[in-house]
Ligand binder design. Structure first.
Ligand code: ZN
Length: 138
């Protein structure tokens, strides 16, 4: 198995901000020249996640609202109490969604739907610089 890849770096304001990674991932895949295989997209950090969604303002708003409702920032959490921290909700949201996605690469194209983008979700409660590792396995 051969492994190629690259890094995507970005600044985010945190607080549930969602970034469309699709073009960046496609650019790494193109540079690799690989036609068939698997592409893994992994965000480093315990308050950040990667998933796929339809990236448009309504969908972004609805997902942020759902996560605010399911895992509220202002609730009582042991992580915050024991560590004098404030971002337990961010760790929980990141753990539930997960840090990575694997996308099949077929005929040089990611097997994504027309309305399916790869996104990074930054849940921390402050601005962060994020690194996403993209690997192309063939
Ligand atoms: Zn923390």
């Amino acid at each position: 198995m051969a492994v190629q890849g690259g890094l995507l770096r970005m600044d985010t304001p945190g607080n549930g901000h969602i970034v469309d990674l699709t073009e960046g991932v496609i650019s790494v895949v193109r540079t690799s020249g690989v036609q068939r295989g698997l592409v893994t997209v992994f965000a480093t950090g315990s308050t950040v996640a990667v998933t796929t969604m339809e990236y448009e303002p309504g969908g972004v708003h609805d997902l942020q609202t759902l996560l605010d409702r399911l895992i509220p920032a202002g609730a009582e959490y042991e992580h915050n109490r024991l560590n004098h921290d404030s971002n337990a909700h961010a760790h929980l949201r990141a753990a539930v969604i997960g840090p990575s996605e694997t996308i099949p690469l077929v005929e040089g194209r990611l097997a994504l739907g027309t309305w399916q983008q790869i996104v990074l979700l930054d849940f921390d409660d402050r601005p962060r610089q994020r690194t996403v590792t993209v690997q192309v396995l063939s």
